[in-house]
Design a protein around this ligand. Sequence first.
Ligand SMILES: *Cc1c(COP(=O)(O)O)cnc(C)c1O
Ligand code: SF4
Length: 340
Amino acid sequence: MLARSTTQCQTDAPAGDLWRSELTTAFTQVEPLLAFLGLAREHVADLDPTPGPFPLLVPRGFAALMRPGDAHDPLLRQVLPLATERIARDGCRDDPVGDTAATCAPGLLRKYAGRALLMVHGGCAVHCRYCFRRHFSYSGLGHYGARIATAVAAIRADTTLTEVILSGGDPLLLSDDSLRALLAQLAAIPHVRRLRLHSRLPVVLASRITPRLGDLLGALHPRPVLVIHANHARELGVAVQAGLRALGGHGVTLLNQSVLLRGVNDSADALAQLSERLIDCGVLPYYLHQLDLVQGAAHFAVPDRTARDLLAALRARLPGYLVPRLVREVQGESCKRPLA
Ligand SMILES: *Cc1c(COP(=O)(O)O)cnc(C)c1O
Ligand code: SF4
């Protein structure tokens, strides 16, 4: 498991950290996950029981939020490998958003004014089948220490940067000590005024939100922005809600980004319920992304017209602050392109 996270993780966390043991017991095979849900292979049309280089990975806590016996469960659909992923599609690419072209140091991407995105960890706690980085070779980034030192030096040298985004993979897979050291280095750079983390762990591995992590993030000045990633209201169970509320209590600004996914959240009801559940957890909707056309994910695509109609329906029934910005990432543009 965690095939892509090999060398980078510093294992200096206290022994017995619950989230680490939960990672080691995550589902990595299709059959045991289906058995856990009371499903047989025949219940799932087009199943790929042995996906290749992007294997199944699902923490048990996330699987526990799925509806037993339902092959169309929106949480299950996000993680279940299908044979259609293997069919090469016109217009789909391995690097759909031009990450290679935007790289200014290993793992450091510079696309938008004032902001740099640093890929600090190659692993994830879950493998989302629609992920635009599913073909990215994190192992090519090199050794953690040397790479991060180079990236931090590049950020220090560029006084036009005012914000650094820690991303991945998932930056919260770093140990608390590695994370604290990195954030302290970045916070000490005078022109870096904001620190942001993009992480799916608060949703798929709620045990990662420990009091220690809350203290760590709450001690930063200014307080960081944490952008979580949930696509469906049912991903936000009671454990997730408790973790998010705790982080909010530490002064962390909480936002959510979602991907619009066919068969998962492509209805006004699903999107409205997600926004309302998010605010219950102290999180504001930020982006609703149109799918990046990565090879293997075409079956999740929702037409732009449908997407705009869904946004109009949301606007008609929710307060403005609960309506996410519908965007698509287009290579070479100066911001994520608004679609609605
Ligand atoms: C999405 C993204 C950002 C952040 O964009 P915001 O609109 O500020 O959320 C920054 N850098 C890269 C490379 C990105 O892909
Ligand atoms: S969408 Fe995020 S959490 Fe999911 S596989 Fe991609 S990087 Fe990992």
